[in-house]
Design a protein. Structure first.
Length: 230
């Protein structure tokens, strides 16, 4: 595994396609929603999440040689390269980039309420921002539940417009939300997508016991030594 740092200027790390999502804090962690809003606030996760991941720290196998990155732990595997993405203005680590199977999986862990999820609301925000940028989105039912398949405009030389495929996935866990953005071969159905899904499943989220407003990024950190197992 290769560990690299990548600078990024955007708050809470946009996708490689420069799609940003408002992750503003909510001061009340468990306020009861109105009935009309209940469906949008339900948790979204595979039925077997606690057994097959993504895992909460309490569910993870304690003997596995995870790389400890603070808010997430990553299981090393052959062909996996790891990047920590750093916000230029604050110098804080704001995302983990995983290069694997001709794809890039960018992951971010966020604090969430105990009884409500964030993924349904976050998908709507992502869809709106891609629409404003002139891109297109399609919602599908994937292995983690609802996901967005997007075609996002990117800067290109000359007058010809170019787009890039991206796949947005998310899972609501106990008091956390894990968001993933897939680019490259894994953004489309096939063997690469299956391998990226397995990688996303293997991630452990470390929420910690500290009080945090919903949608706050759970702090990430450099490992003490690249490749160090915990």
């Amino acid at each position: 595994m290769i560990l690299r740092k990548k600078k990024n200027d955007a708050r809470d790390v946009p996708a490689d396609e420069d799609v940003t999502v408002d992750e503003g804090a909510d001061a009340v962690e468990d306020a009861e929603p109105e009935d009309a809003e209940f469906d949008a606030l339900e948790k979204s996760a595979p039925e077997d999440r606690d057994e097959n991941g993504p895992f909460d720290e309490k569910e993870a196998n304690p003997v596995r040689p995870y790389i400890d990155l603070g808010g997430v732990k990553v299981l090393p595997r052959e062909g996996l390269n790891l990047r920590l993405e750093v916000e230029e203005s604050s110098k804080r680590i704001v995302a983990v980039g995983l290069d694997y199977a001709d794809s890039t999986l960018q992951v971010q862990p966020f604090a969430a309420p105990r009884s409500r999820g964030l993924w349904h609301e976050t998908r709507d925000q992502i869809r709106d921002q891609i629409d404003k940028q002139g891109g297109t989105t399609e919602e599908l039912d994937g292995p983690f539940g609802p996901e967005l398949i997007a075609r996002v405009p990117v800067a290109a030389q000359g007058d010809s417009a170019k787009t890039r495929d991206a796949r947005f996935i998310g899972v609501d866990g106990p008091r956390w939300f894990l968001r993933g953005v897939v680019a490259g071969a894994g953004a489309r159905a096939g063997d690469a997508a299956d391998k990226v899904d397995d990688l996303f499943r293997s991630i452990v989220v470390v929420r910690g016991g500290q009080a945090m407003p919903p949608r706050d990024l759970i702090p990430l950190k450099m490992p003490e030594q690249p490749g160090q197992a915990t």
